[in-house]
Design a protein around this ligand. Sequence first.
Ligand SMILES: [Zn+2]
Length: 135
Amino acid sequence: MSSEGAIPSVGFPWGTFIAVIVIGAFSLLSLYLGFEAIASGRTEDANYYILLGSTGFAAMGYMIFRSRVTTVRKPLIPRVEVVTTLECPKCGFKKVRGFKRGDYVFKEDEPCPNCDGVLTITRIHRREKKRSRRW
Ligand SMILES: [Zn+2]
């Protein structure tokens, strides 16, 4: 007997899901053994089992956290950086910097570092960042 509904949907972190269940069962068993050891007076064994159990739960939490983070980060919009080009009309000095609020073309922005002229914004455009696609 096979049902269509049992096929895992694409995108669901089944590996993580199974690992979490296995670790969870293991941690519960450890905690159970720990409490049983406390009940029968074996404190050293109890400490060991409880430590093991809590480590398991911590690992579980970490895995859930990690899988959530990767799910959230998947739909990434390519980052676009807007840059402003400034030019000095006197000496021709050219400078490119990140876009700032209030920038507009032909705005006289800052003093020229080469002469006594004023750098004028000649171009505002976007520069697409080349990102390595690793996901
Ligand atoms: Zn200049």
